[in-house]
Design a protein around this ligand. Structure first.
Ligand code: TRP
Ligand code: SF4
Length: 333
């Protein structure tokens, strides 16, 4: 039986943090290693332009750096196809064709559109490209006739729009595309070091690439149970972000011990964080080693991307041939 195809992408916004690793990336890796799926993961660099069209200096470097983070995390080019959106021009053609059949009202009522526009009020996002963001995303997804799209909850409206656009395409031109399923990614509630949602824009992230002193300093500055002011105050580990991190990086026994020592004020937060920093450093060691390897071998990254692009292009070309045929638009001889 043919393996089901999975597709997902990320915009190249820069270094990935531990929230990205334990959310989206660990799910991508699990799907890759599952065996029943054929996984396609790509860098959505055209999507980055929808909001960052005026500041493109870093997009190229961020693209490569993100692929390094993916490889460091454990995506394997023998198992997953890793590629770059802008290298596959068929995405642009399918985007154009889908834009012909997508009602404006569907895009205007998209909740993400309104939210991001308000959030990024300092940027002028009254552009055609930004409104069309979900149409490009629909093209990304159906290009590979994906069965499943692993995404976080924030992306659900976009996948829902993809499903609507796909139904409309199939209705107008024949049943060419499967309707993709969103595969919701469970995200552990990892907060940033200041207790807010971990986000690059809050400057509160622990990055996948943080190690040594940087890692220790960040862990040492993490917010803890706000009611635990003095060393002698009993703590409430269930309300503490440090405990959440321990659950990911320390053994079950160590977590149980820390919890009871915290409740009994037998351990101080400084010591608790010192242990956490050591556990994170140890747990992340293979990730850091792989990052170091690829940083020293940029030619390997370029070869991996070239190979992924070639594999993706093979499918994209075949899909576009079918699409042109379905629309009776081409005169290729
Ligand atoms: N919009 C997604 C995000 O911001 C990135 C993305 C672009 C994507 N195209 C996609 C995700 C296709 C899944 C499938 O995270
Ligand atoms: Fe949090 Fe650890 Fe301090 Fe308890 S001892 S409040 S778990 S940092």
């Amino acid at each position: 039986m043919a393996r089901k195809r999975i597709l997902s992408g990320m915009r190249p916004t820069g270094k990935l943090h531990l929230g990205n690793l334990h959310g989206a990336l660990s799910n991508w890796i699990a799907l890759q290693n599952h065996g029943d799926y054929e996984c396609y993961y790509f860098v959505a660099d055209w999507h980055a332009l929808t909001s960052d069209y005026a500041t493109t200096d870093e997009i190229r470097a961020n693209t490569l750096d993100m692929v390094i983070d993916w490889l460091a995390a454990g995506l394997e080019p023998e198992k997953s196809t890793l590629f770059i959106q802008s290298a596959i021009k068929e995405h642009a053609e399918l985007f154009l064709l889908l834009s012909m059949i997508t009602p404006l009202a569907w895009l205007e009522r998209n909740p993400t559109y309104k939210e991001v526009k308000e959030e990024l009020a300092q940027k002028d996002l009254s552009t055609f490209g930004f409104l069309g963001y979900p149409v490009l995303q629909a093209a990304d997804i159906i290009m590979y006739k994906a069965y499943g799209v692993p995404v976080g909850i924030d992306q659900l409206p976009h996948v829902e729009l993809t499903r609507e656009i796909t139904r409309r395409f199939n209705f107008l031109y024949g049943e060419l595309f499967p309707i993709p399923e969103p595969l919701l990614t469970e995200v552990p509630k990892l907060l940033g070091i200041d207790g807010r949602k971990m986000s690059k824009s809050y400057d509160n992230s622990i990055f996948m690439s943080d190690r040594g002193e940087t890692l220790e300093r960040k862990v040492a500055s993490m917010f803890t149970d706000p009611q635990r002011q003095r060393r002698s105050d009993p703590g409430r580990p269930e309300l503490c972000n440090v405990r959440t991190f321990h659950q990911l990086y320390s053994s079950a026994d160590a977590v149980a011990e820390i919890e009871s020592a915290c409740r009994g004020a037998d351990i101080g937060c400084t010591e608790c964080k010192r242990r956490l920093a050591a556990a994170v450093a140890e747990g992340m060691r293979p990730v850091h080693e792989r990052r170091e390897h690829y940083s020293n071998h940029p030619e390997e990254i370029l070869a991996i991307i070239a190979d992924g692009n070639r594999r993706a292009a093979g499918i994209a070309k075949a899909t576009l041939a079918e699409v042109r045929e379905a629309l009776k638009i081409s005169h290729e001889l």
